[in-house]
Design a protein around this ligand. Structure first.
Ligand code: NAP
Length: 293
């Protein structure tokens, strides 16, 4: 029952209507017996900086941050973790209250650890492997950061806007120069890049509902059967790319596992409790079936 003791977290983004995070987190709070609620918070472009202060003054415990504010909000926070600094993107905010009326707003990134944990659950260990990542936005940055931290030996990043891929490579190379390469996204370059790689990651919205016919991989060209294919898109459960992987006999991993893992880490930051991942997953599967079939 919502009342004076109800604690609030939310999702700052634009738009936020399609998000599964409210479903997933509210199911988790209920399973944990917490009088907490997770609200979608549509924040119009240009007002995102103010939204952080509003969050604090309205008594929220924290929030998730999604497209298009993961990068733009980094400089509006009072403090950020070293991984947020390296990745250049925040997906979780925690409001720390000191005395009445005083607070600081911390920025965290749970996407990279969520991504790596999802890969490992799928049976892929990045240590010593090489990857091809398509896309150069916040999710790609988190994925590449996580892969390098997990011991990946090489990654090629392909992006429609090659300048974004080059910035990613420059920002994340650090002491690991030579491990990352940026290319403009084109079918022939993608097919060539994947030869010799063991992991392909789609970090673009291509194939996401309702444009479910889209794929980063050209139709009529077979994916290598020994490739591990990870699509960060989680609606539909089997994207066109994952269907291509299945038909080629390759292993395909949906973005749902990462959604659960990054969400579980965000929830632990707010509540201090281990998140009920099974409940979170089931709530997402039911909602995907209800809303997107
Ligand atoms: P973002 O910051 O907006 O970046 C999107 C990237 O995709 C950019 O590089 C963009 O290229 C590229 N792109 C967009 N449309 C494209 C198209 N039609 N063809 C080729 N490239 C295209 O978004 P993001 O936060 O990185 O998210 C990317 C995807 O990952 C989204 O689908 C999101 O839902 C998903 N995601 C999933 C999880 C999870 O937990 N499973 C977590 C985070 C994100 P340009 O620069 O050329 O526009």
């Amino acid at each position: 029952m919502i009342g004076g003791a109800t604690r609030l977290v939310g999702l700052i983004g634009w738009p936020v209507e399609h998000s599964l995070s409210p479903t997933m987190h509210n199911a988790a709070f209920e399973a944990l017996g917490l009088n907490w609620r997770y609200l979608p918070l549509p924040v119009a472009p240009g007002t995102e900086g103010e939204s952080l202060r509003a969050l604090a003054t309205l008594g929220f415990v924290g929030a998730n941050v999604t497209v298009p504010y993961k990068s733009t909000l980094v400089t509006s926070l009072d403090s950020v973790t070293p991984d947020v600094k390296s990745i250049g993107a925040v997906n979780t905010v925690v409001v720390r209250r000191q005395d009445e009326g005083t607070y600081t707003i911390e920025g965290h990134n749970t996407d990279h650890a969520g991504f790596i944990e999802a890969l490992r659950q799928g049976g892929f260990d990045p240590a010593g492997e090489s990857a091809v990542v398509v896309g150069a936005g916040g999710a790609a940055r988190a994925a590449v950061f996580g892969l390098l931290a997990a011991g990946l030996s090489k990654a090629i990043v392909l992006s429609r806007n090659v300048g974004r891929a080059e910035s990613l490579v420059q920002d994340l190379s650090g002491a690991k120069s030579g491990k990352l390469e940026a290319l403009e996204l084109a079918s022939d370059l993608l097919v060539e890049s994947v030869r010799g790689a063991s992991l392909l990651v789609n970090a673009t919205p291509v194939g996401m509902w309702p444009q479910v016919q889209g794929s980063i991989w050209p139709e009529g060209t077979s994916l290598p059967a020994d490739l591990f294919v990870c699509d960060l898109v989680y609606v539909p459960r089997e994207t066109c790319l994952l269907r291509q992987a299945r038909e080629a006999g390759a292993y395909g991993l949906s973005g749902l596992a990462m959604l659960i893992e990054q969400g579980a880490r965000s929830a632990a930051l707010w509540t201090g409790k281990e998140a009920p991942r099974g409940v979170m997953r089931r709530s997402c599967e039911v909602e995907i079936g209800r809303r997107f079939s």
